[in-house]
Design a protein around this ligand. Sequence first.
Ligand SMILES: Nc1ncnc2c1ncn2[C@@H]1O[C@H](COP(=O)(O)OP(=O)(O)OP(=O)(O)O)[C@@H](O)[C@H]1O
Ligand SMILES: [Mg+2]
Length: 247
Amino acid sequence: MVILEGKNVTKRFAGLLAVSDIDFYLQDGEILGLIGPNGAGKTTLVNVIAGVYRPSEGEVFFKGKQISGKKPYQIGRMGISRTFQVVKPFPGMTVKENAAVGAMYGAGGKNKSAKEAIQRAEEILEFVGLADKMNKGADQLSVASRKRLEMAKALAMNPKLVLFDEVMAGLNFGEIDQAVELIKKIRESGMSILIIEHVMRAIKNVCDRVFVLHHGEKIADGTVEDVLNDETVIKAYLGRRYKELTH
Ligand SMILES: Nc1ncnc2c1ncn2[C@@H]1O[C@H](COP(=O)(O)OP(=O)(O)OP(=O)(O)O)[C@@H](O)[C@H]1O
Ligand SMILES: [Mg+2]
């Protein structure tokens, strides 16, 4: 079953075409990778799906219902959550309190008491491997733990679909492999995932399919193997850097 679908999605900022007439879909239980150079329009597309921006043209559907034009909190309640590329912990709150906020604002969050939200936060922090840091201030965490907290806040919302925007940026190889395992575990627990990542090691290990944006346009989509060997993609994005990483 298709859980998320975009049709002719375009987002303009004044004269700049950040996302240009994109079609995409995500099946239930699928991990879809979204890659492309800096400024390609990846985060803008996440913002369109999450309701931060209304598309300038086109439509987005979640479980067959149109969501484009809805507010972020409405889309969150429907079962989509997202992380932020530049992590956004609530300052002055503990790790546990941060995750509890997610629990109160996601699917079913309206009916949760503070106690239930805290309980959910504890479960999620255990799940992402932050149980031992629950009572720390969010601003005391290392980069890798901050990224995990960003994921925990999104997962605490109890989503059916989660949008991960560069949750592995700044991590070392060991930490990336741990994050890959976590993402596999998230899918096994019944969620679909859209993942933006520059780390090809991760894209190769977790994605079922990938699509590539370049200057707002979709230049390729398909299996990981086909896309990563596509001449247009190598030229526009992967280039030498990819060869350095894989050889
Ligand atoms: N709010 C905004 N107002 C004006 N222009 C914007 C806005 N947000 C993004 N842009 C522009 O839209 C284009 C796409 O940006 P976007 O952040 O989506 O790229 P990206 O693919 O996520 O890049 P990166 O890999 O660096 O995160 C860029 O040219 C960017 O400068
Ligand atoms: Mg981005």
